[in-house]
Design a protein around this ligand. Sequence first.
Ligand SMILES: Cc1ncc(COP(=O)(O)O)c(C=O)c1O
Length: 550
Amino acid sequence: MTESSATKLLNGDACHRTLHGKNASKNGYVKNHCLFQQSQKYRRAREKRQNATTNPSLYQKPFVESFEETPLLVAVLTYMGYGILTLFGYLRDFLRHWNIEKCHVAREREQQKDFVPLYQDFENFYTRNLYMRIRDNWNRPICSVPGAKMDVVERVTHNYNWTFEHTGTVVKDVINMGSYNYLGFAENTGACADAAVEVTHAYGAGVGSTRCEMGNLDVHEELELLIARFLGVESSMAFGMGFATNSMNIPALTGKGCLILSDELNHASLVLGARLSGSTIRVFKHNNMQSLEKLLRDAIVHGQPRTHRPWKKILIVVEGIYSMEGSIVRLPEIVALKKRYKAYLYLDEAHSIGALGPQGRGVVNYFGLDPKDVDIMMGTFTKSFGAAGGYIGGRKELIDYLRCHSHSAVYATSMSPPVAQQIITSMKIIMGEDGTSLGVQLSENTNYFRRKLLDMGFIIYGNDDSPVVPLMLYMPAKIGAFGREMLKRNIGTVVVGFPATPIIESRARFCVSAAHTKEMLDTVTPPLKKQQAIHRLVSLEVQKHLGSSQ
Ligand SMILES: Cc1ncc(COP(=O)(O)O)c(C=O)c1O
């Protein structure tokens, strides 16, 4: 396995992988780790490892995460698979070059042949020769709400996935295991939809102005007061787009002379925001407190490069749930570190808000922490709330400052009123103002589904409480086969490979929802069972066998 893949997803500087039951060395981190208490009967013994460096007293409940190491044979076979695909890729590029095979991809014109080629990196080779083979698994149009079930538009290709045609047929009632509809609010009926329709009748769909000009409606004010109440913070501001909430607010908070310490698996919007800010960026290993503490200590000891002046600000940027790994941030430890080193903390709760915590108030609620310990609480409404947009919550001074200095506050048109209303109604439901308990249903479904996959012997990643459930496929050929075979059985899944994951860690990613019934979850797993066609076709038993032999 490559160094990058070995280091990318792991929780340790020194001990990247513990092979075949050997103990972690040096920093005590291992890929399969659990904190102070562990008695999950479903977890195999070798996955139970004590994380020597973490401080159990900071946690009020068990913190169980599993990132089982890629079995050696699977890693070798995966590399062989990529090797064979690459050889065929070169062969086909050769045939395309001599016009023996039709080339569908954009190419430089004859007059431009002396220019440096526009496309020459590996990613383009990968797209042309590897991704194109399984492209039918992505960008599939759906034609219903992305609820627990959805309708998918059928497509065919006559040229090996270069182009697609719609057949006019709709595949009905596909069980949706791919949308981030954690609480089931992505619906076109019910209280949220009714309230949104009412607001559309009152205000229309668009505001046509920014908040500072003519675009400030009562629904916006109500929404911001509600968010602040929901999060337990002094004040909040809502933005029309989650991505822009990160990419435009981080530059308003930090700049030249500031240091951003960013988790290596942070979302693109956080990375973009950090880069746009002009701050110095240092990346720590995913959820690795030693790596973070080392960076913090170095930052305090050495200060800025060359001048050695102290950093103007140090901002730690993390997410609540990481959507590719299904891991949960080690927030209690991060809060302890940020306090010790007097840094600021920016927490992106895109996937955790609504989905975690006894009251669904996110990762702070999950760990029973004080919201005041997080300086900048960020989140999006696109997942648990079935809406659109993002928010920042925190102290009043912070929000007042952002209202005047953030580009997304000053220059962007305000949130569409029905969207704001959808958020208000769904948030009130999460707050229990209608007496329901969606959060409980989600965590029951999550535990049930994760346990079923573990019992079947699959290698799944992430935290036991995370509704994002990555099931490891590893090999490139399995990515396409898995997605297609599941869809044939009316189960819609997201499959993910390079560059969204390390090259040998391709996976299927299930997103569990409170809207899934037990019957639906029970329909998803049987096709994966041993002796079932999909299991044989996708050779899932390789993982089971090798995974348990470690
Ligand atoms: C962690 C994280 N932050 C921000 C965003 C961007 O949010 P949105 O899709 O609502 O624009 C996403 C999107 O998936 C995300 O996963």
